[in-house]
Design a protein around this ligand. Sequence first.
Ligand code: DAH
Length: 371
Amino acid sequence: MSEHVSGDAIPLLPGYNEAELDQAFAAVAAEVDASAKALATPDAVEAFRLHWLGRKQGRLKAISDAWLKSAPVEAKKLIGQRFNVLKAAIETRLETAGQASHTHALDSERIDITLPGTERKLGAEHPLIKTQNELLAIFARIGFSVGVGPEVETDYYNFESLNFPPGHPARDTQDTLVIANQERRPLRDRLLMRTHTSPVQIKTMEQQPPPVRIVIPGKVHRNDAADATHSPIFHQLEGLCVDTNITFADLKGTLDYAMKQLFGSSVKTRFFPSFFPFTEPSADVQISCPFCGGKGCRKCKHSGWIELLGCGMVDPAVFGFAQQKQPAYDPKKISGFAFGMGIDRIAMMKYGISDISLMYSGDLRFLEQFA
Ligand code: DAH
């Protein structure tokens, strides 16, 4: 008996007449049928193919070795015919099982498209960005465009051109970080972290002649000890309007409109004399307390008013600095107003945030509340 590993031993042919051959081949065909029952996967189909048709150790080869080679010449043809029929039957099995097993395999890989997808949460706007965008939209409605400038600024743009000469006491209120190793440069060129967004005023005027109507949001830096209402990094919104015949009434009307848009139409504004080197006259602006309607509460320290921003008419000295690049800023022909407000402060009021450090903590429990 020829050696083979797959399957049982090959039975001996009982004889070589047709009936005996038919019987022997029918037994093998039944064996094929039995082994073809579980052909659900491509692996099972391949195992079936190897078992029956494997070139070296396949059962068909073993049967052919056992039955055909030793058969008398006159029986070879009869055996050969039956052998071909058997082989064709096995191949047909393989073909249909192959197709079916592929469909089954796909079945197991099928995706249920009715299942809900992977949910990706939309990011939420940071309360500062939200407030900033709201402010920009309010000013956009009355014709203000948006400008930006660098956070690292020269002494000239942060101070000197805004009428803070070297050694001016107003510089002390805006102590900041300075960039190291610049002692060899003239003071005006030394770099520092800007203390306010006002440098962008003068830079805008250097770049374009009047009229100008612009708001400038941005991050600013000061050597301030951190507490619930102070942070060494915070945000400001600067405003600048320059044209012929701009008056203090325009300034008042603009800021009154903006505060009403921001906090509601019942909010009132009032202006107090103040000082900024780059505006003359200068004013601090208070709004009636939006929490108590001006009656007095803890939020307004029982005064009914909350101080929110600084402003004034652009100082002619500032136009003088702008004129070095743009002669059209002639203080005899044009005038303008400027204002500056803290975006953090406004966001804290709008959203009832009691500690400014939350704005910079990156704490999701805080941020998710604005989603
Ligand atoms: N730059 C000022 C500050 O940081 C804020 C300010 C006040 C800006 C009055 C202005 C202004 O443009 O007119 O304290």
